[in-house]
Ligand binder design. Structure first.
Ligand code: GDP
Length: 236
C-alpha cells in the first residue's frame, strides 16, 4: 500500500470526542519511548506527522490521522509514563480503555514492544488485557536496527513464551525499524489486507469520510448501527 495522503483529523481527550466511525481505524500503542512516533512518521512517509518527543509520555491525547482518505491511523497515548501527573495519566488511560473496548471501527491494534529488551511486565500485562478484552491486535517489535537479529529473536521468543498459553493460534508478530524502514511494507500490508477483508465483508469498497457538516449524523448512524469488528486477526 502506498500512502498518498495523511491528514491530521483531531486530538481527542476521550472516546466521545473521536470523529465518526465511518472509516476503519488502526491504532498504535506502546510504552513511552518505544519508538511509536518515529514508526508512525516512517509509515506515513512524513517526518512531522507524529511528534518525536524527548519527554517520555508527552503525548496524552488520542491523535487521529486520515490516510488515503479511506482509513485512519490512531496514535494512542503511551502507557508506563515516566513523567506527568498521576491524575492525568489515569484519565488518559481511561480514554484509551474506552477507545479500545468500545470503538467499533477499530480494526486492529499494533502493540509496540522494544525488540532490544527482554519481556517487560507492563507490556505483558497490556497484551494480556488486550487478549482478555477481545481486542484484535498484532505485536510489533520496534528498533530492530539497534540489536542483532539474534538478540531480537531471543527477546521475541521470550515474549512469545510468556503469552503462548493464552492462545491456540498466537498473535502475528512483526519487527520494524523507523531508522532503516525495515518492516514498513509488512505493516502497511497488514492494514491493506484488513481493509480488503472489510470491503469483502461489507460487499463494498471503503467509503471516503463524510464532509464535516455530516459528521454528527454519520456518527449517530454508526452508533445506532454498531458493526462488529472484523474477526480476521483475532488469534483466539
Ligand atoms: P515514542 O515515545 O514511543 O513516541 O518514541 P519516539 O518515536 O519519540 O522514539 C524514542 C527514541 O527512540 C528517540 O530517541 C528515537 O530517535 C529513538 N528511535 C525510535 N525509533 C527508532 C528505531 O527504529 N531505531 C533506533 N535506533 N532508534 C529509534
Amino acid at each position: 500500500m502506498d500512502i498518498s495522503s495523511a491528514i491530521f483529523e483531531c486530538s481527542a481527550p476521550d472516546l466521545d470526542s473521536c470523529p465518526d466511525e465511518s472509516l476503519p481505524e488502526f491504532a498504535f500503542i506502546g510504552r513511552s519511548n518505544v519508538g511509536k512516533s518515529s514508526l508512525l512518521n516512517a509509515l506515513a512517509g512524513q517526518a512531522g506527522l507524529a511528534r518525536v518527543s524527548p519527554t517520555p509520555g508527552f503525548t496524552k491525547l488520542i491523535n487521529i490521522f486520515t490516510m488515503n482518505k479511506t482509513w485512519r491511523l490512531v496514535d494512542l497515548p503511551g502507557y508506563g509514563f515516566a513523567a506527568g501527573a498521576r491524575k492525568d495519566s489515569a484519565q488518559f488511560n481511561q480514554a484509551v480503555v474506552n477507545y479500545l473496548k468500545h470503538r467499533t471501527n477499530l480494526c486492529s491494534v499494533f502493540a509496540l514492544i522494544e525488540s532490544g529488551l527482554p519481556p517487560q511486565e507492563n507490556d505483558v500485562e497490556f497484551v494480556e488485557w488486550l487478549t482478555r478484552n477481545a481486542v484484535p491486535y498484532v505485536l510489533v517489535f520496534t528498533k530492530a536496527d539497534k540489536v542483532t537479529p539474534a538478540e531480537a529473536e531471543a527477546n521475541i521468543a521470550a515474549f512469545r513464551s510468556r503469552i503462548s498459553a493464552w492462545f491456540e493460534t498466537p498473535p502475528r508478530i512483526f519487527t520494524c525499524s523507523a531508522t532503516n524502514g525495515h518492516g514498513r511494507a509488512e505493516l502497511l500490508g497488514v492494514i491493506g489486507e484488513l481493509m480488503a477483508a472489510i470491503a469483502a465483508e461489507s460487499g463494498a469498497k471503503p467509503q471516503a469520510a463524510p464532509a464535516a457538516g455530516q459528521r454528527r449524523s454519520a456518527n449517530q448512524l454508526a452508533r445506532a448501527n454498531r458493526k462488529r469488528r472484523p474477526d480476521l486477526n483475532r488469534p483466539w
